[in-house]
Design a protein. Sequence first.
Length: 128
Amino acid sequence: MATRVNIARRNDYEVTSGQRHRPRTDARKTRPNFSSVKDEFVEWLATPEELRLPKNQREFCREHGINEATAWRWKSDSAVLARVEKLVNHYMRTHYADVAYALVRAAIAGNVEAIRLYLQFVIGWVAP
């Protein structure tokens, strides 16, 4: 049985003296990269439930090769929740112009709540 000597790792390939390059087959290749999975989980949490793919946490964990307990732990982590909140706020700001326009249209159409909200927003009016 030949022994391996002079093993150098380059990206995802193993180089052994006297042999050609071949794909790596060690365990590190199959383990999930938790930082990238965690980033994907944050984005998944920031997505409205009806738009999420996969549809539930169990499926997300199965597809990404993590334990559900890990996902639950991440959901209770204040740093993760802060990142989710930041992403949600960013997504909401992308709709700011559309929402403002809808508010103006509703106020012009005579919707009393929209008029009140419009006046509060635009001139800082406070109802008596």
